[in-house]
Write a protein that binds this ligand. Sequence first.
Ligand SMILES: *Cc1c(COP(=O)(O)O)cnc(C)c1O
Length: 394
Amino acid sequence: MEYNDLKRQFLRIEDITRRRMDAVLAHGQFIMGPEVKELEERLATRVQSTYCITCASGTMALDLILDAWGIGPGDAVFTTPFSFFATAESIAKTGATPVFVDINPQTFNMDSTLLGKAVDAVNGASAAPYPLPGILKEKLCRARAIVTVDIFGHPASYEDILRIARNNSLLVLEDGAQSFGGEYRGRPLCGCGCDASAASFFPAKPLGCYGDGGAVFTDDKELAERVDSLRYHGRKDAANKNDNVRLGTNGRLDTLQAAILLAKLDVFDDEIGLRQMAAERYHALLAKVPDVAAPLMPRDGASAWAQYTVKLPKGIDRQRVVARMKESGIPTAVFYPKGLHAQDALAYLDYSPEDFPVVQDICSRVLSLPMHPYITEEEQQAVVTGLRSALNIA
Ligand SMILES: *Cc1c(COP(=O)(O)O)cnc(C)c1O
């Protein structure tokens, strides 16, 4: 059994993928070829966003947006400590200070009530103090932006987050690297009302290419033009490639990767439906394993089910569970074993591990089970049986 079986998907889309790739080999426009434009139009339509600018990775999408907004030293940017490192890395690299906000123990997404407290604490308007980075004691920062994450594909609580952002004049960047294909209140994620959204097409994401890739989504024309320029060495525009009006980077998506994504988009809606069905089957199977908490089905939207992550009982030796399941041929993964505030690279922020008790607890108990559109009911039964016996409750 594979954790994420991309080979089964390839068997389904092999013909169309090879045809799409052959077309690129024939026309030879490997950078900014016609498939890039075609993909951007299809993606923008899909998420009901005015602009889509593809780029080299999900990390690049975050970097380009923060750069285009001019986020940097003196800015505080609120985010969740329960995410892939890139979320906080891209904030910290600008020179801004990441300010972490603890998560909801059921959704694993940022707790919006605590977000309000953290914003008040940075603004110095707080009666109820919230743990801030130690370095903020010496350094004054102004609240500038929020980076939300739709962790494991589940929508963050956008109504509350966007209200807090409006009341405090903060920009909102959705890190939708795991959630492309999901929904919030009838609107597609990466197009549900944030100032900008970042998607990743890393192979293991719900919509993945065969290499690195990403995209920026926004309704803001000026931001879209800046990001378009920044990904191409700060060129003036497509007609003036050799007029460099700002310092940018090489941040483009390859035409071949765009061609692969176009082939995959043909089956993507169906795959999201298959992921949802797989999630429902896991839920039914796990209902018979009382010690294990299945992930919450989002109440105000739909998950893209990038991961299917359960909570093990408190105090369990997770490493042993993982090892036993591996012995029975069942791969698992731990996303994430530690909070971003506890990463060595961010030690300069001067947080203490106890600042985020929910993240600390969740990090010790999460376990992600094999999940992809083509997993069969028999395989899922084997996973849950393996989990049961690993926990010794079979
Ligand atoms: C994967 C991921 C990223 C980074 O995407 P890449 O395409 O690998 O650069 C950023 N944020 C989150 C939450 C992710 O899961």
